[in-house]
Write a protein that binds this ligand. Sequence first.
Ligand code: UTP
Length: 286
Amino acid sequence: MKVRKAVIPAAGFGTRFLPATKAQPKEMLNVVDKPLIQYSVEEAVGSGIEHIAVIISRGKSALMDHFDQSPELEYFLEKKNKLDLLEQVKEISGLAEFCYIRQQQALGLGHAILMAESFIAGEPFAVLLPDDIFDCPVPCTKQLIDVYQEYASSVVVLGRVDKEGTKKYGIIKPKQMTETTFQVLDLVEKPGPEKAFSDLGLIGRYVFTPEIFDAIRRTPPDHRGEVQITDAIKLLLEEQSVYGHLFEGTRYDCGDKLTFLQASLALALKREEFQRPLKDFLKTLE
Ligand code: UTP
């Protein structure tokens, strides 16, 4: 079955970015020249996704405005003959068909995904966490969809993590199938280096069969009262195979202040118009 739908959870508080996120969504923080969430939306669209549900909460209406039409702005740009900008602005609202679903309380990523159950309506679907930017020759979600098509099972994206990473991510017990595909035999959320099965961590992109919703419903909240998607995947494993794909490309973690700055710099340096002046500027700081 074709993967046509995606869920982008964006209802969290973004506490690691405070005070920047006190009155604006983390997902609207600017990376080079567009908000974080637009990178995920473009990746989804580039992967063949047509319908996107964004999970939001109070204070997140800027996300809806960003992907909506903007008649006054478009009229203004047209009158000023700024046609390049007009084109860019119009393109954003035409990227996909958007639907916004409220998560009334931030009860965890698993709970946020569960909010999209009726939107998904029994189809396989992708999940993209907007605080990861993937810069890949083939869009990362497309890479996962290709594995999904082969195995007809849920697929999680994998990245190699270091010791610190085992404290930050869910880690899998792998059975290697191909050079880049692994069957997930077991997984543990943030095990730490001693208890980690491997160095393969779950890093923010998924394709799920609809059975994940039942698994989420059966998942008890963790010690912080949050329903974690890793725990739900562990339950899903009891009835279905799950695969992991070691993606090809670069991932920029934009989830905290330091990595966000690093990602912004790295992505800006990839842009021809910024490369030279930015490098010259950085030299002056040394
Ligand atoms: P994070 O773990 O980064 O949480 O969630 P957060 O609240 O945004 O940020 P910090 O940790 O407090 O700084 C990953 C993604 O899942 C969404 C977040 O909006 C983010 O895009 N999320 C998380 C929800 O939609 N609902 C939740 O209950 C939790």
